[in-house]
Design a protein around this ligand. Structure first.
Ligand code: ADP
Length: 273
């Protein structure tokens, strides 16, 4: 890792001195570089569907003008490309919102089991369409935690959607919830929620980078499945905001297991609100 310095010189004539000051600006430089990379990535991600749309508009105005079958086919593709842009803009907005929120602790008390049940209900049609059995072992409610219910829903929606999208070939996705009086990672009472799939898994080289914005382990597959490359970055920020942890374990051919560790509260009847 290179270190960047800013050098400033100041002459002090009355003392016949020159002061030379070295400031370490490595962090500023890194932040600037990250900002530039992000803008370049967003531009690239938007330009790809835009270029496709412009190409199809031109073809519809020209060669395909009087070809009804081609027109319908092209309109379907254009709808898909517009949908991709829409998802990207939606995820960018979510990411910017969760980044802004990260320093503000959530204040509402929620029952995690109720939240997870709502996620499972919402994703049941997607699982059915992908011919994936969604198993859940959540235990008995409630599991109280301080959180933002919409954001917690988003964490598990993103993880289960990924498990279905990328690991759906395993035919099954499992959601497991384990409570602990003192979680070793949190050193406090907590809950571990595992999202497990039995698909192709993820190569070890990718694991440390999965939560980076626009990082994809299998770029071709992600794009073909309509991924934006932002889902796990959003998950990471929400989990951080809730003072939780995100772990991933996987071996190629052995499926993937994403674990979210969250601090829990005593029940509302045991605490002054
Ligand atoms: P995307 O929009 O591409 O799905 P994510 O940030 O949600 O973006 O995920 C990043 C990458 O991690 C994906 O592109 C995919 O390559 C990989 N990935 C995520 N979940 C799984 C999984 N359950 N099995 C295999 N690969 C996965």
């Amino acid at each position: 890792q290179d270190t960047a310095f800013r050098v400033t010189c100041r002459a002090v004539p009355q003392m016949r001195l020159v002061l030379v000051c070295f400031s370490d600006i490595t962090r500023e430089e890194q932040a600037g570089q990250m900002r530039r990379d992000f803008v370049a990535n967003v531009s690239h991600e938007l330009r790809t569907p835009l270029t496709a749309l412009m190409g199809f508009i031109e073809t519809l105005r020209g060669p395909a003008r009087n070809d009804a079958a081609a027109r319908d086919r092209f309109l379907d593709i254009m709808e898909g490309e517009a949908g991709r842009m829409n998802r990207l803009v939606g995820d960018l907005l979510s990411l910017s919102r969760v980044e802004d929120d990260e320093r503000v602790r959530p204040r509402t008390r929620i029952d995690l089991i109720e939240t997870l049940t709502a996620v499972l209900r919402t994703l049941a049609p997607l699982a059915q369409e992908a011919k994936v059995t969604l198993d859940a072992d959540l235990g008995t409610p409630p599991v109280w935690m301080t959180g933002d219910a919409d954001q917690v829903m988003q964490v598990f929606t993103n993880l289960i959607e990924n498990a279905i999208k990328y690991g759906g070939s395993g035919g099954r996705v499992t959601l497991d919830l384990v409570r602990t009086d003192r979680d070793p990672a949190l050193r406090a009472p907590g809950v571990r929620v595992h999202v497990i799939d039995y698909g192709p898994g993820i190569d070890a080289v990718h694991l440390p980078r999965l939560t980076e914005r626009f990082y994809r382990a299998d770029s071709h597959r992600s794009r073909a499945l309509g991924g934006t490359g932002l889902g796990l970055a959003i998950v990471k920020h929400i989990v951080n905001r809730h003072r939780g942890r995100l772990h991933v374990q996987s071996e190629p051919g052995q499926g993937a297991r994403f674990t979210v560790v969250l601090p829990t509260d005593p029940g509302p009847d045991q605490t002054a609100s």
